[in-house]
Design a protein around this ligand. Structure first.
Ligand code: ATP
Length: 245
């Protein structure tokens, strides 16, 4: 088993005649790491995530060249559901939660991929990580607060025990205290289950607190890569991406 769970090589993606949204992007993610993907609006984060999940075509984008290997297997030709089957999950996805279903019903949608005998165990592990979901397990998901809906979306993605979880813009619209709480919990989950995480964040200050390494997308190319510690001390990073100096 290789130490690399995701390997992206010289990936270029375009939307028709508009030029390239990603231009020869390369980086890899080691197993069990928490990796941050940063970048301003329009830098190409969504395009990159969709290339990994297989949802690119929905948005009209196409891969011009390059490769994406997940757990040693080339995946660019695979439909999204097949990639999920390999152990790739994204949260939040689409409209986040099924708002008319209860919390527990939402979680069971995520558990559907597990064998029956492991579904209860999956549910209790999510309730252990997010006790608030247990307290509200019979509540209609649409009535949860924004933070609780984020927890539910994460729980639904995690219940099938993915090898790689893509976490997209978790902090969007949430109070800082909740963002810290949820990121803290994600770190504990990653350590306890061994889940690798790729965290997409616009807020670089938040990301640097919780990830091991970061890659910054800058107009379709990787503008900076380094450990969170190096990045926090880097003058170039501070000037260009942290709005300091
Ligand atoms: P945001 O944080 O605003 O979502 P992003 O970093 O996710 O931005 P992308 O959405 O991947 O960036 O966009 C990257 C580039 O590709 C931008 O120039 C954008 O205008 C372009 N783009 C994205 N989707 C399409 C599309 N469907 N058609 C044409 N151009 C697109």
């Amino acid at each position: 088993m290789s130490d690399t769970i995701l390997d992206i090589r010289e990936l270029s993606v375009g939307y028709g005649r508009k030029g390239l949204a990603l231009d020869s992007v390369s980086f890899s993610i080691p197993r069990h790491a928490i990796v941050g993907l940063l970048g301003a609006n329009g830098a190409g984060k969504t395009t990159l995530i969709r290339s990994i999940t297989g949802l690119l075509k929905i948005n009209g984008g196409h891969v011009v060249s390059g490769s994406v290997a997940f757990d040693g297997q080339p995946v660019l030709g695979l439909p999204a559901h097949k990639r999920v089957g390999l152990g790739l999950a994204q949260s939040p996805e689409g409209r986040m939660v099924f708002s008319r279903m209860t919390v527990e019903e939402n979680l069971m949608v995520g558990a559907a991929m597990l064998p029956r005998s492991r579904q209860d165990e999956g549910l209790s592990s999510i309730y252990r990580f997010f006790p608030r979901l247990k307290e509200r397990h019979r509540q209609i998901a649409g009535l949860l607060s924004g933070g609780e809906q984020q927890m539910l979306a994460l729980g639904r993605a995690l219940i099938s025990r993915p090898k790689l979880l893509l976490v997209d813009e978790l902090s969007l619209g949430l109070a800082p205290i909740l963002v810290n709480e949820i990121y803290g919990e994600l770190g504990r989950i990653a350590r306890s289950l061994g889940t690798t995480m790729l965290v997409v964040e616009q807020n670089a200050h938040v990301a640097l607190k919780y990830v091991d390494t970061i890659h910054v997308l800058d107009r379709g190319s990787i503008g900076y890569s380094g450990t969170a510690e190096e990045a926090a001390g880097s003058e170039a990073m501070k000037r260009a991406y942290l709005g300091e100096g």
